[in-house]
Design a protein around this ligand. Sequence first.
Ligand code: ZN
Length: 338
Amino acid sequence: MLFARLGSCFNCLLLPRLFLCCFLGELRTGDGPSGLPRTEARESNMRRYSERNQQTLQRSAEVTGIGYLTGAQVRLRFLPAPPNTGVVFVRTDLRPIATVHASVENVTGTARRTTLGHPPVQIGLIEHVLAALAGLHIDNCRVELNAPEPPGMDGSAQAFVEAVQSAGTEVQSVPRGIWTLDGPVSVSQPGATLTLHPSERPGLTISYFLDYGPNTSLGRQCHTQVITPQTFPQDIATSRTFILESEVAELRKQGLGARTTPADLLVFGPQGPIKNYLRHANEPARHKILDIVGDLALLGVDLQGHVVAYRSGHPLNVELVRTLRERMVAPQCCARAA
Ligand SMILES: [Zn+2]
């Protein structure tokens, strides 16, 4: 049933080579788009290509809901911040109040979610909040929380996007760098790859290829998205996190999701989503793009290029950010939100 609903992406399911489906002709498997041979491209460096003005919020906004991890009622507040602040998470429930900058150097966990900081100053599942801010080009923001996680809401970034949009955008008179690279940069682990390719198209495009194998109702699906403050809320932000029914019991054993039901996110059983419906035929692939937008925000600059992801998740997302950070040429690499 799910396969029948995969719409524009259905053709890719029929192709033996998944990589060819969404942008045939745009990417080549031999030389990179810049014509560099692979051996040279692996050593490509990042360079500052362009810039735009940094942005923050005009006023504060709030989101409240149940945390997926703790089951507690969580209050999250978005507040304006000065130029070059970046995104800073603030644990208002701790004494003294503690802050963690949303930077790849502060990542301490990537298992099923992205976690920043060390206990007790730790915040988990930050990627949907970061995606909402990055997707709307909000660069400087203080994010206050009274728990070690944001509210889970419906498993998407929609509630955070609506809050940020309600707060309004203020343009700041300090530039934010837009970086590109000379050739593709890849990270991989068994069965998964993540590559940032150079692209002459402005901005960031992300393609995700999801394959959960032949024994799940998720099957294979893909999505390609140009990420802008217009397309992100419309095409990506509403796509919810998902889990296989077979994984639920294990998470419950770990004490997670005690107050979460199949209506609060997508739980896939043998016949598809349980007690729920899909907002897009390829909603899981779109949610993977949402996660990538959030994790890439840990780099602190904008990217121009095309990210191609095959079965990747938070570990590879963060590894790509670490790799890109290493390849950013000084002195720009050291400036937050530069
Ligand atoms: Zn997610």
